[in-house]
Design a protein around this ligand. Sequence first.
Ligand SMILES: Cc1cc2nc3c(=O)[nH]c(=O)nc-3n(C[C@H](O)[C@H](O)[C@H](O)COP(=O)(O)O)c2cc1C
Length: 218
Amino acid sequence: MTGFDLAQTDHLLTTTRAVRKRLDLDRDVPHEVILDCIRIATQGPAGGNVQKWRWLIVDDPDMKMGIADLYRRAYAPYIAAQRNAVDEVGRTDAGAIMASSDHLAQVLDRVPAMLIPCVLGRPDVTGTQGSLAGWYGSVLPAVWNFMLAARSRGIGTAWTTLHLQYEAEAAELLGIPDTVTQVAMTPIAYYTGDDFKPGTRRPAEEITYLNGWKRQFA
Ligand SMILES: Cc1cc2nc3c(=O)[nH]c(=O)nc-3n(C[C@H](O)[C@H](O)[C@H](O)COP(=O)(O)O)c2cc1C
């Protein structure tokens, strides 16, 4: 007996989706609820337990518009390239993902709040793969913790990185020093509807190897 309700925890873990179309733009998310999620986020692991993360909530309308504008500036060329790529290979789920992504880009300035997780310091991109993996690995699990905590409170999130193409502009807007790194941005909004379904994923047996590259389970 672990004390966990496996059905519940597995349901949380398999149905925490990128929420874009079902973000409720008309319902505020109280700061206290966001803080609760951040408290849970910070139980995430960090190499050496350094905990250099900082959490920036944006709910001022002008600031949200500023971040949304940067996001859209990065989004337009990105989605055009995606459309071309999909036309070439004909992926069946791509249309729905692009429609959902278009929607988020359109309404982003109207979400109740955004969260920009940050790290004190800059990653050493000339360093070893180990140091880079350790650097990002010391914040991204906590961000996912935030999303799981949000989901279990009826709040939708969507991991995004597009505005980071204009990280310096976002930093200027928000007064973030150039010694600090933004690692993502997620909208925060209660979701509409009751539930989500597990996403389509390749079978674990196909993508898991045992004791050597491409040595699959029997
Ligand atoms: C590193 C990373 C960057 C992402 N960037 C964006 C983004 O900029 N905009 C967006 O709409 N979704 C973004 N996503 C969300 C993915 O599109 C989404 O996780 C994926 O399609 C799976 O969706 P699902 O979890 O709902 O099945 C990003 C996800 C990750 C992990």
